[in-house]
Design a protein around this ligand. Structure first.
Ligand code: MIC
Ligand code: SF4
Length: 640
């Protein structure tokens, strides 16, 4: 039987185990990327490992998230990261050079290579035929040190695209359709592989929009083949030399199969507050809009923004709408200027922001009270925009631009104009904002501002854990609920004691103090706990507050790995009904943990308050269990 693309790349990089569904494997990582909001932790951890230089083929440190400098903290972190890059042999992408995923696609991504990034949208690289996976900073640190990246051999979902998109329907609408079909946990433990006639009409940045938002399916990653379209893109980036054809075998068998006819698609949106709450734009037409934000690693490529400029040209943004646009990279920004499109954007009244994540992570541009905000981004989680009562709708650039002009949700397919935009034959190449690695960084002194605090470490797991249920939360809790971002909290990413004060603030503002007062305890949650970002702060900060175990119906992949990496026990209910029996404040006891974990037996949970007993499962590999027993990956690594 033939092989899927996923199987081909994984077997090519296999260091530990066999490609057998459900089994843990370790793969070699060729490239890594970090961004500034997760990078400081990743490099503190890399320093703790103690190597003189990264061992990957290529590692890049990007500055793109924490770019509002309302105090010294973010600028200090940037200086730390720059000095780390010089010391340990990394490329450094300076602030202003763009969003990590967009820049990586343009300048570094290579078909057939593995990429591990401390950001959940690393699968953007799948648009180029890379196996690109998001992970916590510690996993990225280990990969930079040359260690394998461990994952569960995924199932592979084949998504066959047929037909061709109609004008004003875009790749964003394709991924929104996939989200409608699979939902936010439909991709957990799976890789989504795209193929079929329909992919031939999608350029690499359009493919990257789709693989980027595969993160919202909970997927391990998403990938397109590397074909003539890929070759054309790489050639236009002056990088034809790294092209390599990579296709799935025609007789390969997918574990699940989905077919989407592109001719049938219409403009879609993800309505508040979940990326899988899909509605047609047609059904919402006429709804008043207060803000439109165009950008993010999902939709800020040159083609995206040229289409926006063509729609806005010669017109003015509606008086009741604030339109903000952030070009994805300096390359995109410069080409928009060079080709005259920037003038059209500026003339329309769009507020142009720097090439960075910006409003996507709540770094400014929070909408007004009760606002409706249309965003070309990938996440509309509750509170993420910085305005709790705002309603965020995720849309394509075409829908966003059309609606910015009318002030109401507008179906772009009704526009009578031609915005066909072809991929440029040559992108403007200028890597002057990327500092390449130096040969020997021994003499470089790492710059450490006062906001950069030492990494807290956990202690080995105790045989018995007793404590209160500090909080009980429902299904699909995101890392934005657990460890909020935004302009106020993000500058504390390298200061765990400070950032820990904000754990769960959007859900329960007393959580942090309660956890400290009770000297720790347990978190109880529903399905898909920890979906969304890769931020390990969502594990590290609860750990700092004394949380020892998280008991759920199920976990999101990256968050579960982060809990394990920091020695927090991730447990699931054997019988989901037991979730209903537990309340916040109940005193729980977990007994004989060491033996139970070592012998793989079920774990007994005693609810002292209710005088009940439940059965829990520890669904982890033996290696993961040993890591938790040791109190986290750094302790475990020292032990072996
Ligand atoms: C996000 O989109 O949520 C982020 C901010 O990029 C995160 C990383 C972080 O929290 O720093 C992600 O996607 O992993
Ligand atoms: Fe940045 Fe938003 Fe992309 Fe995260 S999703 S990397 S915050 S642009």
């Amino acid at each position: 039987m033939g092989k899927t693309l996923t199987e081909k790349i994984i077997t090519d990089h296999l260091l530990v185990g066999d490609f057998k569904k459900g089994q843990e494997i370790g793969i070699r990582i060729d490239q890594t990327l970090t961004q500034d909001a997760t990078g400081t932790m990743a490099y503190l951890q890399f320093e703790a490992i103690g190597l003189p230089r990264v061992k990957t083929e290529l590692s890049v440190s990007y500055i793109d998230h924490n770019t509002l400098q309302t105090g010294f903290e973010n600028a200090d972190d940037h200086a730390f990261l720059q000095s780390i890059a010089a010391k340990y042999g990394l490329y450094f992408s300076r602030p202003g050079n763009g969003i990590c995923h967009q820049v990586h696609l343009e300048r570094f991504g290579q078909p057939g290579k593995t990429l591990l990034g401390s950001d959940s949208h690393t699968p953007t690289g799948g648009g180029l035929g890379m196996l690109a996976i998001g992970a916590g900073g510690l996993d990225v640190a280990v990969a930079m040190a040359g260690g394998p990246f461990y994952l569960t051999t995924p199932e592979v979902i084949g998504v066959q695209l047929t037909g061709k998109l109609n004008p004003f329907v875009s790749s964003k609408d394709i991924i929104l359709k996939v989200l409608e079909i699979l939902g936010v946990k439909g991709g957990v433990g799976k890789v989504i592989e795209y193929y079929g006639e329909g992919i031939k009409s999608l350029t690499v940045p359009e493919r990257a929009t789709i693989t980027n938002m595969g993160a919202e399916l909970g997927a391990t990653t998403s990938i397109f083949p590397s074909d003539e379209v890929t070759r054309t893109f790489l050639k236009a980036q002056n990088r034809a030399d790294v092209f390599k054809e990579l296709l799935a075998d025609t007789d390969c068998k997918y574990d699940q199969h989905i077919e989407i006819n592109l001719n049938d698609l219409e403009p879609l949106t993800a309505a508040p507050h979940s990326p899988d709450n899909i509605k047609t734009i047609a059904s919402l037409e006429g709804m008043k809009v207060n803000q439109v934000a165009i950008g993010s690693c999902t939709n800020s490529s040159y083609i995206d923004l040229v289409k926006v400029a063509k729609i806005l040209k010669g017109k003015t943004v509606h008086p009741d709408v604030s339109l903000v646009i952030s070009p994805g990279s300096k390359q995109v920004f410069k080409m928009l200027a060079n080709d005259g499109y920037l003038v059209d954007l500026i003339s329309s009244g769009a507020r142009i922001l720097e090439s960075a994540c910006g409003p996507c992570i709540g770094m400014g541009q929070s909408p007004s009270t009760n606002a409706v905000s249309l965003r070309t981004f990938n996440r509309n989680f509750f509170g993420r925009s910085g305005t709790k009562d705002a309603s965020i709708y995720l849309v394509s650039p075409e829908t966003a631009a059309a609606s910015a002009l009318t002030g109401v949700i507008t179906n772009p397919t009704k526009l009578e104009m031609d915005i066909t935009t072809l991929m440029p034959d040559h992108f403007l190449i200028d890597d002057n904002m990327i500092i390449p690695p130096i040969l020997n960084g021994d003499k470089i002194k790492v710059i450490r501002g006062p906001n950069i605090k030492a990494l807290p470490v956990n202690s080995p797991l105790e045989n018995q854990l007793k404590g209160e249920v500090l909080i009980k939360v429902e299904d699909n809790i995101t890392t934005d609920h657990i460890m909020p971002a935004g302009a106020k909290i993000l500058p504390l990413r390298s200061n765990i004691p400070e950032i820990a004060k904000y754990v769960f603030t959007s859900v329960d503002k007393d959580f942090s103090q309660r956890a400290l007062d009770k000297k720790g305890g347990f978190i109880v949650a529903g399905h898909n706990y920890g979906q969304g970002s890769s931020r390990e702060h969502a594990a590290l900060a609860p750990m700092y507050l004394g949380v020892k175990a998280v008991i759920t119906k199920s976990f999101a992949r990256i968050h579960k790995a982060n809990l394990i990496n920091f020695g927090l026990l991730p447990l699931t209910f054997k019988n989901e009904v037991d979730y209903d029996k537990i309340e916040q404040g109940d005193v729980l006891i977990l007994k004989d943990l060491i033996l139970s974990l070592k012998t793989d037996s079920k774990i007994k949970l005693i609810n002292e308050t209710k005088n009940q007993e439940y059965e829990l499962l520890s669904e982890m590999s033996n290696r993961a269990k040993d890591i938790v027993l040791a109190g986290g990956l750094l302790n475990y690594t020292k032990e072996i």
